[in-house]
Design a protein around this ligand. Structure first.
Ligand code: PMP
Length: 284
């Protein structure tokens, strides 16, 4: 089955799907995006993703390209046409095509692109996929709460992680506190069993997986606090993990080359991942 992309009202062969070179996403990174997981044919956490999309669009004063009801139809159609049962949906909205000028163009119409691709189903119990991370000074702007397509600092930091043989780079602010990864939120479990993640201010993206995991933590009655934590605190934590739509929840077992915690098992990371993925997986 060859892939299909939705571009501005049309379903096109993915191979040749394109937007105009004057699209403001291409010229200025003037746009926003979302990535949603498809688990067993259903979109995971679809509602919160659409809420965050609306927030990102509103922050940039880009009109919604269509109603949420219409968007839900387009996403399902993209999933269907690409034969996706387990995979992801990528959705991007830019301010549209206009002659190049920094200020908002009067006439532009938002440009919507939706793609979907398959990937292997996420195994709720597969926390054997543990990862190493590095910590690195952040070089991003001050509105990281907007899910903007302007990802160059994240790209550069992720490349540094890769070159260091690590999966992710935790970006550290001037006060020495961890913000988040380049495409994931950052968490630790302190020695007394308290889960800690940075509060969702403008320094981080409020991950949909982050919100879902916080819900599980509240429901299960674990101790938690939303506050910044330092690199030293992370290195001496009992457990550390990261979350995102694409990886769900992965234990972090090395930070800057040093082992985290006392080794296996990582009971809380395991439990939270299972709780988040198991309801979706059981729908299969
Ligand atoms: N932080 C950043 C910078 C990200 O790019 C992402 C993934 N989009 C996340 C956190 C995790 O967000 P989510 O759980 O919504 O995928």
């Amino acid at each position: 089955m060859s892939r299909v992309a939705y571009v501005d009202g049309q379903y096109l062969p993915h191979r040749s799907a394109a937007v105009h070179i004057d699209d403001r996403g291409y010229q200025f990174a003037d746009g926003v995006y979302e990535v949603m997981a498809v688990v067993g044919g259903s979109l995971l956490d679809e509602g919160p993703h659409l809420i965050r999309l609306a927030k990102s669009l509103a922050e940039l004063q880009i009109p919604a390209p269509m109603t949420n009801a219409a968007l839900r139809v387009v996403m399902r159609e993209a999933i269907r046409r690409n034969g996706v049962r387990d995979g992801i949906v990528y959705l991007q909205v830019t301010r549209g095509v206009a002659a190049r000028d920094h200020a908002f163009p009067k006439a532009a119409r938002p440009m919507l692109v939706v793609t979907s691709r398959r990937r292997s189903p996420a195994d709720p119990r597969a926390v054997d996929n543990r990862v190493a991370i590095i910590t690195i000074p952040g070089i991003r702007w001050q509105r990281c709460d907007i899910k903007s397509v302007a990802l160059l600092p994240n790209v550069l930091r992720k490349q540094r992680a890769k070159e260091a043989g690590a999966f992710e780079a935790w970006q550290v602010d001037r006060e020495g506190k961890v913000g988040e990864g380049t495409s994931t939120n950052a968490w630790i479990v302190t020695l007394d069993g308290t889960v800690v993640t940075r509060q969702a201010d403008s320094a981080i993206l409020n991950g949909v997986t982050r919100l879902a995991v916080l819900d599980i933590i509240r429901r299960e009655g674990y101790a938690f606090v939303e506050r910044p934590f330092s690199v030293a605190e992370a290195k001496s934590a009992r457990e550390a993990f990261l979350t995102s739509t694409v990886v769900d929840l992965l234990p972090v077992v090395r930070i800057d080359g040093a082992a985290v915690g006392s080794g296996e098992p990582r009971p809380l990371s395991r439990k939270l991942r299972e709780c988040h993925l198991a309801p979706a997986a059981s729908k299969k």
